[in-house]
Structures are given as structure tokens and as C-alpha cells.
Design a protein around this ligand. Structure first.
Ligand code: SF4
Length: 485
């Protein structure tokens, strides 16, 4: 790995906002948090993938992958990160490195690709992603980006997170470092207000940001920049003028929040948009930080008034579902912040959470779960560090859970056990944020649980039923023949 990449990784591992990191000795901290990846085992979750996931939702930017075409994958419908305008982010730009470039180097090809994008698309910026092959052959994307910026007068940003650097989570942070080094603080907003905030780690999956924005609009709070869902380059570049930062997914881009606090004195907090109670707490915390930074204190009363109206409406709308869902048991297999934020939403919906995975959760996430389950012992009994598909299957087959909420990869375990399943991860098609999202989530769980299809699929197949009938008949016949006359 290049010296600059090594230094950047060491910096990310020294993150002051990570309590796990702060609990380690200096020597342990240097080793980093991640196990060394085994060759070939990085598929679907390499550092490059993590950096791209974190930055691709900036919608007006061209995201250019410098590497073999396979690294790029499907950028069009990969995750349902929605845009309210530009769709440049969905086009897959790649230098498509081949054997000759591996021999002679791919820097010229990269430079030409930047020029071609500028001529054909003319975006406000181009993000250039390093990958394993181009890093291994020694292509210096930082130098090429610098030269292209000078030559074309366009922001060309290097994102140095080749796949072999580590897992997806490290890539999220390296992507964030690229923003901190080259983007945030480089432009000034047209105007500022005492009500400007940034939302960090929100990717607008299936349009979740749009379930939050009307609430903030009602309070007069402006999202100066969302990093990175439905983001615009100019907004991200002028994010340093916000009065407060909200972290939505602490594990993914905490370094943006801590460094913005250090450089520009912007306070931050970690909140959740899932569930009625947590949504209200988030609004309260935004108001508190803004008032602390100089906004009119009457914002507090307006926030409470909005919360009262929205909560009453949401509770009323989910009341009928709460009756239908009462006592149903849920197995929740997801990661990080969702391990607690979704648990609290499910409990509000009247469901019983029989298990939640905590493999990717921080110590803080686990502490929040303990509070939700009422005691450390209860939480320990429900927190699952790692669960094999076989264990998930056994749990569902034995009806210890009525439904599984997870990512798409484990859906077949539930389907094999003939149990309902609902997508809770990034590929989902429904937005679950805010009061409105809570109603949608409860509706979707209800639909999945009470789908009449389950009664059908749990019946024996007709040929199996026929077979058992024939067996029963022949057994009866044999018994009749064997009986004394
Ligand atoms: S960057 Fe490396 S690990 Fe990631 S997809 Fe490309 S080749 Fe695979």
C-alpha cells in the first residue's frame, strides 16, 4: 500500500469519536479494527465498495471507477438511493482497465476518461475511485486528479480506497476522508441562517430523506447539506457553514462529524429517524443544538407542538395494525445503528423482538439495546453476535419467530423455512423514516405476515399428499391381508 494510503488508514483508526477505538492501547489502535482480508474473500464488501456506497448518492457528480469493469458493477439500480433532480450518479463511468494498461500503466487512460466525461456530461465534479488493480500497478490517481483539475478547471477528487485496504466500513470512512480533504470547506453557501444543519450518513434510500424534510421545513430548519443522500456537490462543499450536524449511521462516517467539530466547531449528535419516539427525540436534539448555537429559543416550543401533532397522528394510524400485530415475534438480522433504532420502532408497533444481530454494532448501539430490552440480562439474551443461516433456519422452522426482517441475502433462509420475510436493508423498496415511514413499515410487516400465500405454501405439495395417501392405502391393505380371516 502507498505511504499516503497507509497514513490515511492509520488516521481513520485513530478516530476520537469511536469509543471502541478509545478503549484500546496505542499499540492496539495502530493495528486497526479489522481483520486482514483473505484474497478472494473481499467480494461484495471491499473498501472500494464502501467508499462508493458512501459517496455515490451525491447525485450531480460523475463517479468514475478507475479499474476493471467488474469493480463498477451495476451503478444504475444498485441501491435505491433516490435523487430529486440530476441522475449523473447512476451512470457507470469506468476506465475499464485491460491487460495492456496493466503492463503500461493506466494513468493516461484515466486522464482521457476525465476529459471525455467533462466534454460529454460536464458535471460540477468528478470523483475518481482507486481499485485493487490500478493501486497494485502503481497508478497515482492523486497526481492525475490534480493535473486534471489544473488543466480543465473542474474539481476532480481522488478517492483512494482500493479494495484490498480493508472491508466496506473502512471504505466508508476513507470516502469520508476524501470529502474532508478535497470537498468540504471549498465553497461558500449563497446565504446562511441560524437554522442550517447537515445530515451525515443518510443515503436517501427509497426516498427516506423526503419523509424527514417536510418535518424540518415545518420547523424552518434548513438541510444545508445531506452527506450524501440526494446531495449536490456545491452543498457538500459548503457544509462547513452549518450550525449543527446530525449523524444518522455512526459507524459509516463518524470521522466527518468529529473533524467538522474540530475544524469548524460544529457540534454533532447521533440520532435515528426510525420509530415514533426516536424521531421525536431527534427533532428535539436538532432544536436544542440550534438554540445552543444561536437560534431563537422559541424553536423549542414549535418543535414540541409539531411533535405532539405528528405523534398523535402516527399513533392513530398504526392503532389498527398494533392490534393485528400484537405479540407477533420478529427476528431482526441487520447491522449497526439499525440494531437498536428498528428494535424501538418494532416495539412501538406492538411486536416482540426475539433476536437482533449486533455483529456490526458499536458499544453505544449495544448500550441503547440494553435500555430498550429493560435490562442487561434481557438484552444479552436477545443480542446475537453472529448467526449462521442454519441457525436462522432452525429458529424460523421451529416458529420461535413469526417473521424475519433482514437484508436480501438471507431472504432465502426465511423462504425455505416457509416463513414471512421483509427487507429492512438498503435494497428495500419502501421508505421507513420518520412518522410517515413508521406507518409504512407497520403496514408492510402486516402485509408480509398476513399474506394468504403462507397457508398455501405450508401445505404439503400435491404429489407429496398423493404419495402419503397411496402409502396409507397400501399400509391399510397389507394390514387387512395380514389379519386372520
Ligand atoms: S476494488 Fe478490489 S476487492 Fe473491490 S471489487 Fe475491485 S478488485 Fe474486487
Amino acid at each position: 500500500m502507498s505511504a499516503s494510503l497507509n497514513a490515511k488508514i492509520a488516521e481513520v483508526f485513530d478516530e476520537p469519536g469511536c469509543d471502541k477505538n478509545q478503549g484500546k492501547s496505542e499499540k492496539e489502535r495502530k493495528k486497526g479494527c479489522t481483520k486482514q482480508l483473505t484474497p478472494g474473500a473481499a467480494a461484495g464488501g471491499c473498501a472500494f465498495d464502501g467508499a462508493k456506497i458512501a459517496l455515490q448518492p451525491i447525485v450531480d457528480v460523475a463517479h468514475l471507477v478507475h479499474g476493471p469493469i467488474a469493480c463498477e458493477g451495476n451503478s444504475w439500480d444498485n441501491r435505491h438511493s433516490a435523487s430529486s433532480g440530476a441522475s449523473t450518479y447512476r451512470t457507470g463511468f469506468t476506465t475499464d482497465i485491460g491487460e495492456m494498461d496493466v503492463i503500461y500503466g493506466g494513468e493516461k487512460r484515466l486522464f482521457k476518461a476525465v476529459r471525455e466525461i467533462m466534454e460529454k456530461v460536464n458535471p460540477p465534479a468528478i470523483f475518481v475511485y482507486q481499485t485493487c488493480v490500478t493501486a497494485l500497478i502503481g497508478d497515482d490517481i492523486e497526481a492525475v486528479c490534480k493535473r486534471a483539475t489544473e488543466k480543465f478547471g473542474l474539481s476532480v477528487i481522488p478517492v483512494n480506497a482500493p479494495g484490498f485496504a480493508g472491508p466496506k466500513n473502512l471504505g466508508n470512512k476513507l470516502g469520508a476522508e476524501a470529502l474532508l480533504d478535497h470537498v468540504v470547506g471549498t465553497l461558500e453557501p449563497d446565504f446562511t441562517t441560524p437554522y442550517d444543519i447537515n445530515i451525515i450518513g443518510e443515503y436517501n434510500l427509497s426516498g427516506e430523506l423526503w419523509q424527514i424534510k417536510p418535518l424540518l421545513d415545518a420547523l424552518g430548519v434548513r438541510i444545508l447539506s445531506c452527506i450524501s443522500g440526494d446531495g449536490r456537490y456545491k452543498e457538500v462543499a459548503s457544509a462547513h457553514r452549518a450550525k449543527a450536524n446530525m449523524m444518522v449511521c455512526s459507524k459509516s462516517m463518524i470521522n466527518i462529524a468529529t473533524k467538522m467539530e474540530k475544524r469548524w466547531g460544529i457540534p454533532y449528535f447521533e440520532g435515528s429517524f426510525y420509530g415514533i419516539g426516536d424521531m421525536s427525540e431527534t427533532l428535539r436534539e436538532i432544536a436544542r443544538l440550534l438554540i445552543q448555537a444561536g437560534a431563537d429559543p422559541e424553536l423549542k416550543a414549535r418543535t414540541e407542538a409539531l411533535i405532539a401533532v405528528e405523534e398523535a397522528r402516527a399513533w392513530e394510524r398504526i392503532r389498527v395494525y398494533r392490534e393485528r400485530l400484537a405479540g407477533k415475534k420478529v427476528l431482526l438480522i441487520t447491522g449497526g445503528v439499525k440494531s437498536w433504532s428498528v428494535v424501538s420502532a418494532l416495539q412501538e408497533a406492538g411486536l416482540e423482538v426475539v433476536g437482533t444481530s449486533v455483529k456490526k454494532s458499536t458499544k453505544e448501539d449495544k448500550d441503547k439495546l440494553k435500555a430498550l430490552f429493560g435490562s442487561a440480562e434481557e438484552a444479552d439474551a436477545h443480542m446475537i453476535d453472529d448467526m449462521t443461516p442454519r441457525q436462522m433456519y432452525a429458529m424460523l422452522r421451529d416458529a420461535q419467530a413469526d417473521i424475519m426482517l433482514s437484508g436480501g441475502r438471507s431472504q432465502f433462509v426465511a423462504l425455505k423455512a416457509r416463513m414471512p420475510w421483509m427487507d429492512i436493508n438498503q435494497e428495500r423498496h419502501h421508505a421507513f423514516a420518520g412518522y410517515e415511514g413508521m406507518v409504512t413499515m407497520v403496514e408492510e410487516i402486516d402485509k408480509a405476515l398476513h399474506n394468504p400465500m403462507w397457508a398455501e405454501v405450508r401445505k404439503p405439495a400435491p404429489w407429496d399428499a398423493e404419495d402419503s395417501l397411496l402409502k396409507a392405502q397400501s399400509a391399510e391393505q397389507l394390514a387387512a391381508e395380514a389379519a386372520p380371516a
